[in-house]
Design a protein around this ligand. Structure first.
Ligand code: NAD
Ligand code: TYD
Length: 349
């Protein structure tokens, strides 16, 4: 099997690439990534020499490139993660999200449809999406696979649009698609613009910890490697045309999560208890800030036997320790140094 993974140099994509390259030496894994600010080949140092792994720098907005790659590599499956992924950036520049998340996805669908024409058997187009497409919950209830879409940020609107196109290609052309919608991921290699690594970095440097609004917005957090495990199950055993919700059954109000992060970080840094909490600063709320996300993941558990593997406090400890041990990675990502390096060393395909 030859698998195209898009966005494999990003946070979740790098964990997916690592899992597939290491677990399936008989597969060929092609990682296509444009190396935007969020893509970083340092996330994949431990697999870059593997004989079953190939990196291609390229952009999913480039339809001609996708055509050439499908021709050259004859992919059997696509796992599509490449996206603009940060809500705050989508509020500043929605069009970038339309271009990559919507147009880029349709380009990929077109390439798969063309190159797999008449030979859909055994092939899979697996689209990775988010729980944010379902909108915002009150204090009760969960998102199921049947919850109507109600995206409210430019990011979630672009992901919702891409999900609709993927399903449309299943219904209209019979393309063998499968989708999953996952809650907030955390773990090593997450870009420090997202809540958890941003807080860890600021605690480390003694800078303010910006909590949006009243801090009572709720997110469900999942260990990123558990997401990669779910992808393995869905790619191999998910039913064509189906959607699977993935979540950690692990809801936290942002402020409670920040308290926990502060206390664990003080302990791991050997600082007096209560030091980090003093850095907490409430700041202006994010416009249109979704109040609560919560996932009902019973379908994937029932049908595919998947469930989260580690307790949250254990995962957070590992995550904090990883960021404390990898200050060079963090420094380079924050300074943008690695991007200058790529501009020099990796020409666009
Ligand atoms: P990320 O921002 O860390 O990584 C995105 C990757 O895509 C980067 O490597 C980037 O270089 C690449 N990319 C961006 N635009 C591209 C383009 N035009 N062509 C080719 N490559 C491009 O994102 P992430 O957090 O790893 O999320 C990956 C996927 O999972 C996204 O589709 C996202 O919507 C989805 N998702 C994320 C979360 C989460 O908590 N982070 C939760 C559920 C779903
Ligand atoms: P984020 O990691 O951006 O993920 P998403 O918005 O996709 O869920 O944010 C998680 C939560 O943390 C969200 O409710 C916004 C909040 N937040 C802060 O309070 N301060 C911050 O600096 C950031 C980045 C997020």
């Amino acid at each position: 099997m030859t698998i195209l993974i898009t966005g494999g140099a990003g946070f979740i994509g790098s964990h997916a690439v690592r899992l597939f390259v290491q677990r399936y030496p008989q597969y060929r894994i092609i990682n296509l990534d444009a190396l935007t600010y969020a893509g970083n080949l340092a996330n994949l140092r431990d697999v870059e020499q593997a004989p079953n792994y190939t990196f291609v720098r390229g952009d999913i907005r480039d339809a001609a490139l996708l055509d050439r790659l499908f021709e050259e590599y004859r992919f059997d499956a696509v796992i599509h993660l490449a996206a603009e992924s940060h809500v705050d950036r989508s509020i500043d520049n929605p069009l970038a999200f339309v271009e990559t998340n919507v147009l880029g996805t349709v380009n990929l669908l077109n390439a798969a449809r063309k190159h797999w024409a008449g030979r859909f058997e055994g092939r899979r187009f697996y689209h990775i999406s988010t729980d944010e497409v379902y909108g915002s919950l009150g204090s009760e209830g969960y998102f199921t696979e049947e919850t109507p879409y109600d995206p409210r940020s430019p990011y979630s609107a672009s992901k919702a649009a891409s999900d609709h196109f993927v399903r449309a290609y299943f219904h209209t052309y019979g393309l063998p698609v499968v989708l999953s919608n996952c809650s907030n991921n955390y773990g090593p290699y997450q870009f420090p613009e997202k809540l958890i690594p941003l807080m860890i970095n600021n605690i480390r440097e003694g800078r303010p910890l910006p909590v949006y609004g009243d801090g009572r917005n709720v997110r469900d957090w999942l260990w990123v490697i558990d997401h990669a495990e779910a992808m393995d199950a869905i790619l191999h055993r998910g039913r064509v045309g189906e959607t699977y919700n993935i979540g950690g059954h692990n809801e936290w109000a942002n402020i409670d999560l920040v308290y926990l992060l502060c206390d664990l970080a003080d302990e791991l840094l050997g600082r007096p208890a209560g030091t980090a909490r003093q850095l907490i600063t409430f700041v202006k709320d994010r416009p249109g800030h979704d109040r609560r996300y919560a996932i009902d993941a019973s379908k994937i558990r029932r049908e595919l036997g998947w469930q989260p593997s580690i307790a949250f406090e254990e995962g957070l400890r590992k995550t904090i320790q990883w960021y404390l041990d990898n200050t060079e990675w963090l420094q380079q990502v924050v300074s943008g140094e690695y991007r200058a390096y790529y501009e020099k060393h990796y020409e666009q395909h």
